[in-house]
Ligand binder design. Structure first.
Ligand code: FMN
Ligand code: SF4
Ligand code: SF4
Length: 448
């Protein structure tokens, strides 16, 4: 039977699902409601000197029929007085002693850091998260992502915090940087107990093309915001993997970015996260999504025979290699299941114009395309565009006896080194002659 209890860097919670620091953790009312619904922990909306926000704050990216695959915000940290937040943290902690409350903080000077760390600890916070990630508004004031982008400054501030902190300190990183492991290592050197990632990605989500202003519009003007939601998940997972695999980071990692169901959470855990945090999905669907997340995770763990989160944390990491270590002898080709095909020919168009002209169509009224195996490089594109599940599958064609990587070829001096080197991969691959582009139907010598 799965046990979802989590001890993340010394912070205990009944399950690995925490609310990320954001509007859902703005008040004691919301956090109590969230815990009552099943959330394991909450990172309080970032506290500091209270701000003044603008009124129009969010912009969204809708993709076809899906609302809000990405969310953009230009909101700052809390606009509530510290004393109100502290009182409410204390109340929630009394009512829910076994749930985790993490105080997210952002201030400027060493004295302010010392004071606010002591204040939130006195209120009962189980941990502290340093917001070095906010990429709008606060960074122009020298805080948020301005700190996350300067490893030396980041390290100094972590050291200030560690001078007084008695509870675990999590450093929340900004993705607005080329190499996320640099601030992660600086956080470790400064004495951080854990890292959380990612905060939002600097963005403009759209432009009003009639009034010539980007969204969200504040009295006819706009500014860049921070992007989050399902669209950022791949970026977050890659940064998580980078931190998890780097030997000098070596800290517990809290995964954030686009998580909205148990499956997303499992993916983050498989890439090394010790727990996960959620913001946009709760802003979109409410606290109730936790019920299905907990049930789904438990069922997955039971099915796989995992008793605790640690049993599968990082399990996918050994299978994420550098490109140069992948097996060049592995060969797959596309295969179409004629019984499932609905004859839309999207695969034909994709391969014909966007890949390797390895799909043919008959001109006898039969709409089911066919694969020209000699042209197929196994890029997967057709299987990705096909609207029917499992209609195009990729089938292995090598006999699985040989393994040869680019690194091995390099060491054996067997790689292309000149512009016309015959050892290039495309040399023996069939391509049509340019003039054949004008033939109708398309090149005769490949018709079935
Ligand atoms: C409206 C809004 C306000 C946010 N405010 C904060 C904040 O005060 N402190 C912070 O660390 N992160 C803040 N975030 C970032 C989230 O905590 C989270 O890192 C990010 O949204 C990615 O997670 P998601 O894809 O689940 O939304 C905010 C996000 C949104 C959408
Ligand atoms: S995309 Fe899929 S369903 Fe459409 S023609 Fe190709 S194989 Fe058939
Ligand atoms: S896998 Fe790529 S090359 Fe092969 S048929 Fe599909 S789209 Fe074409």
């Amino acid at each position: 039977m799965a046990n979802l209890f989590t001890n993340f860097a010394g912070i205990k919670s009944p399950n690995p699902f925490w609310l990320a620091s954001a509007p859902p953790t703005n008040s004691g009312y919301q956090v109590m409601k969230a815990f009552d619904t099943g959330w394991g922990g909450a990172v309080w909306k970032t506290m500091g000197v209270p701000v003044v926000n603008v009124s129009s704050r969010y912009g969204g990216v809708n993709y076809r029929n899906n609302r809000l695959i990405g969310l953009n915000n230009i909101e700052l940290i809390t606009d509530r007085p510290l004393a109100d937040n502290l009182r409410e943290i204390e109340e929630v902690k009394k009512r829910f002693p076994d749930h985790a409350i993490i105080a997210s903080l952002m201030v400027e000077t060493r004295e302010e850091w010392h004071q606010i760390v002591r204040d939130v600890e006195n209120a009962g916070a189980d941990g502290i998260e340093l917001n070095f990630g906010c990429p709008h508004g606060m960074c122009e004031r020298g805080m948020g992502s301005a700190v996350g982008q300067e490893p030396r400054v980041l390290k100094t501030i972590v050291e200030w915090v560690k001078e007084v902190a008695k509870v675990p300190v999590i450093v929340k990183l900004t993705p607005n940087i080329s190499d996320i492991t640099r601030p992660a290592i600086a956080a470790r050197e400064g004495g951080a107990d854990a890292i959380s990632l990612i905060n939002t990605i600097q963005s403009i989500v759209g432009v009003d093309i009639d009034n010539f202003v980007a969204y969200p519009i504040v009295d006819g003007k706009s500014t860049n915001g921070g992007y989050c939601g399902p669209a950022v998940k791949p970026i977050a997972m890659n940064m998580l993997k980078n931190c998890a695999q780097h030997p000098n980071v070596n800290l517990p990692l809290s995964g954030i970015g686009g998580i909205e169901n148990w499956r997303d959470a499992v993916e983050f855990i498989l890439l090394g996260a010790g727990n996960v945090q959620v913001c946009t999905a709760v802003m979109h669907y409410g606290f109730g999504i936790i019920r299905e997340m907990v049930a789904g995770l438990s069922q997955y763990m039971d099915e796989k025979g995992f008793e605790t989160i640690n049993d599968f944390k990082g399990k996918a990491l050994p299978n994420v290699l550098h490109w140069e270590d992948l097996n060049l002898k592995y060969k797959v080709v596309a295969s179409i299941n004629k019984d499932k095909c609905i004859g839309c020919q999207l695969c034909y168009t994709a391969c014909e114009d966007g890949a390797h002209q390895a799909i043919g169509v008959l001109h006898n009224g039969d709409r089911v395309p066919y694969i020209k195996e000699e042209n197929c490089v196994g890029c997967n594109l057709c299987s990705l565009v096909c609207p029917v599940e499992e209609c195009i599958t990729m089938e292995r064609r090598d006999d699985a006896t040989e393994v040869l990587s680019w690194k091995e070829r390099t060491l054996a001096n067997d790689i292309p080194t000149t512009f016309n080197d015959p050892r290039g991969g495309g040399v023996h691959h069939p391509v049509y002659l340019p003039n054949e582009a004008f033939e109708t139907p398309k090149p005769v010598h490949y018709k079935a």
